[in-house]
Design a protein around this ligand. Structure first.
Ligand code: NDP
Length: 280
């Protein structure tokens, strides 16, 4: 058969870890396939998707800043992509249709399952910092997982209100000043702002009110160990990192592209960690 192809599409895409992860799995599984990186202009993205309709490319992963445009470009979308308001996965079917999905939520909850064992997303309210695309995706994932309440805390409260409006009454919008009172009965805290990202100010918040059993997750993974995760570990919270999320959103994408789950026995986390270190 022909070499099976997939790609990540982003701008910039040079630092994406997805080609490293997928190509390591392809090699270990002995699949005749390749995973590429594409970086169209902002205006070029919809044209790229049109050009790939019915092509031999199985599909694409989509990253910044195209996730919302990817959902808009698709003919059909999964419920989870619609709730997230974004797609990180487009599949090009043989009949020429474009199918949108979003595996980010699966990656997020998978990261909790792997690094904070015993965590139950449905047991207590969840606090999410931020109201960009990452925060909306995380909120959608927790709503779908049965979280009794999802509290979005954002500098620009109106953006959090818009997400709460789109996702329904389980989601509420808050200002930073409300944070202490939102943490004291919370079951988890997630940073979905870009604070803590390389070159940005660190996220410094008072974790004292958060119950010690509540995991703290940072979606930022450059650097992998952020101030937030350091503070949380110091206070005895289980910590969950953004690299685990990235790897666990890649796994269902791989299966959709190449027809089988990623092979066991290849330590993509170690490969990704080495690449992050080299990049830093
Ligand atoms: P956006 O740019 O859409 O959102 C940024 C968010 O950060 C907004 O809520 C913004 O608040 C807030 N913010 C930025 N600067 C400040 C500041 N100085 N003070 C307070 N709040 C601030 O980004 P995304 O939602 O796309 O991504 C957020 C993060 O999640 C990124 O670091 C990204 O790399 C990471 N991510 C990780 C993934 C993974 O797999 N691990 C997947 C997707 C994203 P405001 O609305 O007020 O501007």
């Amino acid at each position: 058969g022909a070499t099976r192809l997939a790609a990540v599409v982003g701008r910039p895409v040079r630092h994406s870890l997805s080609p490293l992860i997928h190509n390591a799995w392809l090699a270990a599984a002995g699949i005749d396939g390749a995973y590429l990186a594409l970086s169209p202009s902002e205006e070029g993205f919809p044209h790229l998707v049109e050009g790939l309709r019915g092509s031999s490319l199985a599909g694409i992963n989509v990253t910044l800043p195209f996730k919302e445009a990817a959902l808009a470009a698709a003919d059909v979308a999964s419920t989870r992509a619609q709730l997230a308001g974004a797609a990180n996965l487009l599949l090009f079917a043989e009949d020429g249709s474009v199918q949108a999905d979003n595996t980010d939520g699966q990656g997020l909850l998978g990261a909790f399952a792997s690094q904070a064992s015993g965590f139950d997303p449905a047991a207590a309210p969840v606090v999410i910092l931020g109201a960009g695309g990452a925060a909306r995706g995380a909120a959608a994932a927790f709503v779908l997982a049965g979280a009794p309440k999802v509290r979005l805390v954002n500098r620009t409260k109106g953006r959090a209100e818009a997400i709460a409006h789109a996702l329904g009454e389980a989601v509420s919008a808050h200002a930073w000043s409300e944070l202490p009172g939102l943490l004291d009965d919370a079951g988890a805290l997630v940073n979905a702002t870009s604070l803590g990202l390389e070159g940005q100010a660190p996220l410094e918040i008072e974790l004292d009110p958060l119950p010690a059993s509540a995991p703290v997750m940072d979606m930022v993974y450059r650097p992998l160990t952020t101030r937030l995760l350091e503070d949380a570990a110091g206070a005895g919270h289980p910590v969950v990192d953004g690299l685990e999320m990235l790897i666990l959103q890649a796994a269902p994408s791989f299966e959709a592209f190449f027809g089988q789950a990623p092979p066991a026995g290849v330590d993509v986390r170690a490969l990704a960690l080495a690449a992050l270190e080299q990049d830093a």
